[in-house]
Design a protein around this ligand. Structure first.
Ligand code: ADP
Length: 458
C-alpha cells in the first residue's frame, strides 16, 4: 500500500499507459464510489471468449475533436447511479493508472454520456488508503503545461484533416442544403447528407445507436447541422437529442429548436429577458375576444396562427369588428392564435438578421409587394442588403442568446418605439440572405462548428 499521507487537490492529472492516454485531468470526487472516464462510440468485441470494448476518450471537455482510441477487457457490467440519480448500466474495466509517482490498477466505469465537466472522476475506492484530499489545492502531484499537452496530443490534432459533419434535413436539392454541403467541403470536411426520415435509433444505456436506411451506423459524426422543417420538428428533435446523447455536437440543440418553433413560448422567453416584442395577447374562449382586442390596443391589429410559417397565417384586421370575426373564426377551427398590435409605421418592411455565435453575419430588409402589409419574399416581395443600427444588432444577438441558438434568423420590425422582435427562426434559409448580402453565410455556419470543436486548419 502507498503512503497514506499523500495529499492531493481538487483535481489531478492522471495517465493510462495501456489506454494510450498520456494526460487526463480527473476531478477528485469522494462522493462517487467508483471512478469513471468519459467514453464514446463504445463497441463490444469478443476476444477468445472474453468481452472487450473499443471506445474513444475525449480527454478535453472543450475539444471533442481530439479522440484517443482505446481498448480494454470488460471485468463487469454494473448499474451505476449518476449524480442526477439516474441508474445507468456501465462497462467496468481495470487498467494501470499513474498519478504523480504513484501507480496502481484502477477500476473505471465507462460513462458514455456527454455533459460531464471533467472527463474523469476519481472515486472513493481509488482514493481510500492512498490519498488525503485538500480541496483548497489543485494539481498537487503534477502540473502539465499547455505545451506539454500539445506535445502529447498534437499528433491527434494533425491526424484529422477535416471533420465528419452530417446535414440532417429532408431535401438535399434545396439551396440552403446544397450550400451547406458545399461550404463544408470547401473548408476540408467530409460532408454527409442525411434525410432525417431515413434515420432511426435505438435507445439503451449500453450502446445507443442511430442508423440510416442505407445500412450505415451514424455514431461516427463529429457534428450534425439540423435543418428541420416545421412539420418534422417532433421527430427531428428526438433524433437530435439522440445525437447529443452519443456525443455528437449539434449546431442548435433540440431544446432551442423546440422553443423557437412555438411563437408564444418564444415571445414569453423574450419578454422575460426584457427583449421588446409587439404587444401580444392570447385567449382560449371567444367570450374574451372583445377584451383581448382592447388589451392589445384595439384595431387595426394582426392575428397570427401559431403553427404557421412564412407569413401564411398572418392576417391584418383593420377594424374591431373585422378583428372579432377573424379571431372567433379561427377559434371555431380550434386554431391557436396570437393577437398583436399592428406596427403600421413599418410599412410592410422587416429586418432579417442572420446570427451565428453572438454575431450578426448578415442582414437584409424584406419589403412587401404594394398593398400587402407583410414583408414576404415568397409572395413576391423584395429583399435587399440592410445596414442595421446598434440597438437592432444588440436585439438580434440577445434574442438568439435567449433561445440558446448558435445559428438563428432573427426577424425584427422597426416601430416608433424602437426595434421589436417578431420571431426567431432556428433553420433560417440561406438563399435570400446570401443573395442580398453577397456573403458566404454557409461558411460562417461551418466555421462555428470548427470553433466549437476546436478544429484548427493545419
Ligand atoms: P411568419 O412566421 O409566418 O413569417 P411573422 O410573424 O414573421 O410570420 O410575420 C410575417 C410578416 O408580417 C412579417 O415579416 C412582417 O412584415 C409582418 N408582420 C408581422 N407582425 C406584424 C405586426 N405586428 N405589425 C405589422 N406587421 C407585421
Amino acid at each position: 500500500m502507498e503512503d497514506p499521507q499523500v495529499i492531493i487537490g481538487e483535481c489531478e492529472w492522471c495517465s493510462f499507459d495501456e489506454l494510450n492516454i498520456p494526460a487526463i485531468l480527473a476531478r477528485v470526487d469522494s462522493g462517487a464510489k467508483t471512478s469513471s472516464i468519459q467514453a464514446r462510440n463504445i463497441k463490444r468485441k469478443k476476444i477468445k471468449g472474453d468481452l472487450w470494448v473499443e471506445f474513444e476518450v475525449n480527454p478535453f471537455e472543450d475539444n471533442s475533436s481530439i479522440a484517443v482510441d482505446c481498448k480494454a477487457k470488460v471485468i463487469d457490467i454494473r448499474n451505476i447511479k449518476s449524480s442526477t440519480g439516474i441508474v445507468e448500466k456501465r462497462y467496468v474495466i481495470k487498467t494501470p493508472l499513474t498519478i504523480g509517482n504513484i501507480q496502481f490498477d484502477i477500476e473505471l466505469t465507462l460513462a458514455n454520456r456527454e455533459g460531464m465537466d471533467f472527463r474523469m472522476l476519481l472515486g472513493r475506492e481509488a482514493l481510500k488508503g492512498r490519498f488525503i484530499i485538500d480541496p483548497n489545492q489543485n494539481q498537487v502531484l503534477k502540473k502539465i503545461s499547455k505545451t506539454q499537452l500539445e506535445n502529447f496530443y498534437g499528433h491527434l490534432i494533425l491526424k484529422k484533416s477535416g471533420l465528419n459533419i452530417g446535414l440532417l434535413a429532408t431535401n438535399r436539392t434545396l439551396y440552403s442544403n446544397k450550400r451547406i454541403i458545399e461550404a463544408g467541403k470547401a473548408r476540408g470536411h467530409t460532408m454527409h447528407f442525411y434525410n432525417l426520415q431515413h434515420c432511426y435509433m435505438r435507445l439503451d444505456t449500453d450502446t445507443p445507436e442511430i442508423r440510416y436506411r442505407d445500412g450505415s451506423v451514424l455514431n461516427h459524426l463529429d457534428a450534425v447541422i439540423p435543418r428541420i422543417r416545421p412539420s418534422m420538428t417532433f421527430y427531428g428533435c428526438a433524433l437530435l437529442r439522440q445525437f447529443h446523447s452519443i456525443g455528437t455536437y449539434c449546431l442548435n440543440s433540440a431544446e432551442s429548436i423546440t422553443k423557437s418553433r412555438d411563437k408564444l413560448y418564444s415571445s414569453q422567453i423574450f419578454s422575460l429577458n426584457k427583449l421588446n416584442v409587439p404587444t401580444t395577447g392570447m385567449a382560449k374562449s371567444p367570450q374574451d375576444t372583445k377584451d383581448l382586442i382592447s388589451m392589445v390596443g384595439g384595431a387595426p391589429l394582426v392575428v397570427k396562427v401559431l403553427e404557421s410559417a412564412q407569413g401564411k397565417g398572418v392576417v391584418l384586421a383593420e377594424t374591431a369588428k373585422a378583428a372579432e370575426s377573424v379571431i372567433n373564426a379561427f377559434k371555431s377551427l380550434q386554431a391557436n392564435i396570437l393577437v398583436q398590435e399592428f406596427i403600421k409605421e413599418a410599412e410592410g418592411k422587416d429586418l432579417r438578421c442572420f446570427v451565428v455565435d453572438h454575431k450578426v453575419v448578415g442582414s437584409m430588409q424584406r419589403e412587401a409587394t404594394s398593398g400587402e402589409f407583410r414583408a414576404n419574399v415568397h409572395l413576391g416581395g423584395t429583399a435587399t442588403k440592410a445596414k442595421i443600427k446598434a440597438d437592432e444588432r444588440v436585439l438580434a444577438i440577445r434574442a438568439a442568446k435567449a433561445l440558446n441558438l448558435s445559428v438563428a434568423g432573427v426577424d425584427i420590425i422597426r416601430s416608433n418605439k424602437g426595434p421589436l422582435l417578431l420571431e426567431v427562426n432556428s433553420s433560417p434559409g440561406l438563399e435570400g440572405i446570401e443573395n442580398a448580402t453577397g456573403k458566404d453565410i454557409a461558411s460562417e455556419m461551418i466555421a462555428s462548428i470548427e470553433r466549437k470543436l476546436k478544429f484548427f486548419h493545419s
